[in-house]
Write a protein that binds this ligand. Structure first.
Ligand code: ZN
Length: 361
């Protein structure tokens, strides 16, 4: 696959260029012209129509990165994308021009030790769209035209709006997290942090047969949405710091916790309310080291598990969305035109107003 080049629009004809949302520095997001890459025999050229703004896009926009990952060069943001096939390479059989697709932003190398072990989400040479983890950075999907590999383009049926198909990526993150948790049928589930990932975890837990779902957050707006999409109880742990106290009795109440906030306070609280031998799946990426009451982890034999990205779950997510068995439409706050990307990012960063903002490209 070819690497995109930032171009001088005065020297490259418009027919070979497209618009993209390029982050240069914190709060310096520009709509720029980028050259359209060539299509190889195994490639698919997609007219991207929808791109969901993710927490990591927001971190680049607000802070120029997260943890040790920092922007070192201009980068097209975006990895939650869907569009229409424009052109296919000579060897492509899975899709045809005109097909609608969700694009898997994950590009594992296929030959490192973890790829060969069937754990491509741990690929040593992973190229994930819109990520500054590598140099040069892997350019993202907030662009009018994207050339991807055939394996990345998953057909979606005409009945599924592309702004909803763009949820396939975050939904696959939550499906992978649910597999870390093990069976959820009959389980009492706590979801801490009800941003888009926490909200999708609620939908997945409900679909997987959870008996009871309690959600916590520090903002009322996403908690109201959590109730609407299936949480039995939604608690504001900022306005009532003891909101989870009733669940501490008798060594804890919850079988499974999805920690989607990345906050040490939330994880510490989760250790208090998890039953002996229960499982906490850590989805939220904290800002750095945390101090935890490890005595609770030991004495209650709690399983604390990480979860990172996804692989085969992307196709599952597309199927759940296509069939309507998981309905993400309540999470869609607004579809914002690319030209208003800065407004879209400011909206996405305001949790009192937004759950998921999708760019129309
Ligand atoms: Zn690999």
């Amino acid at each position: 696959m070819s690497v995109e080049r930032f171009i001088d629009p005065t020297t490259v004809p418009r027919s070979h260029a497209m618009k993209a949302a390029v982050i240069h520095a914190p709060r310096d997001l520009r709509i720029e012209e980028v050259e359209i890459p060539a299509v190889g025999p195994n490639d698919v050229k997609v007219r991207i129509r929808a791109g969901g703004i993710c927490g990591s896009d927001l971190h680049y926009y607000q802070h120029g990165g997260f943890g040790t990952v920092r922007l070192q060069q201009p980068m097209i943001l975006g990895h939650e994308i869907a569009g229409e096939v424009m052109e296919v390479g000579s060897a492509v059989t899975r899709v045809r021009p005109g097909d609608r697709v969700a694009v898997n932003p994950s590009q594992p190398c296929g030959h490192c030790r973890f790829c060969l072990e069937g754990k491509p989400n741990h690929c040593l040479e992973m190229r994930f769209y819109g990520s500054a983890m590598r140099m040069p950075h892997v350019q993202g999907g907030f662009r009018e035209v994207l050339v991807c590999g055939e394996a990345q383009a998953l057909p979606v049926p005409t009945g599924l709006a592309l702004e909803l198909a763009a949820f396939a990526e975050p939904l696959s993150v939550c499906l992978h997290a649910a597999r870390q948790a093990g069976p959820l049928l009959g389980k009492r589930v706590l979801v801490t942090g009800t941003g888009p990932i926490g909200a999708l975890a609620i939908l997945v837990a409900r679909q997987a047969g959870a008996r009871e779902i309690v959600a916590t957050d520090i903002t009322d707006t996403p908690l109201a949405l959590a109730r609407k999409i299936g949480a039995d109880i939604a608690l504001n742990t900022a306005s009532d710091t003891d909101a989870l106290a009733p669940f501490k009795a008798d060594k804890g109440y919850f079988d499974t916790v999805f920690e989607a906030s990345g906050s040490a306070a939330a994880l510490t609280g989760a250790l208090d309310v998890t039953r002996p031998t229960g499982t906490i799946v850590q989805l939220g990426l904290g800002g750095g080291p945390m101090t935890l009451p490890v005595n609770l982890l030991v004495a209650k034999e709690i399983n604390l598990r990480g979860t990172f990205r996804f692989h085969e779950e992307f196709a599952w997510a597309v199927d759940f969305l296509a069939a309507g068995t998981i309905d993400v439409s309540p999470l869609l706050t607004e579809v914002v035109p690319l030209a208003e990307a800065v407004r879209g990012f400011e909206l996405a960063g305001d949790r009192s107003r937004a759950m998921k903002v999708v760019l129309a490209l």
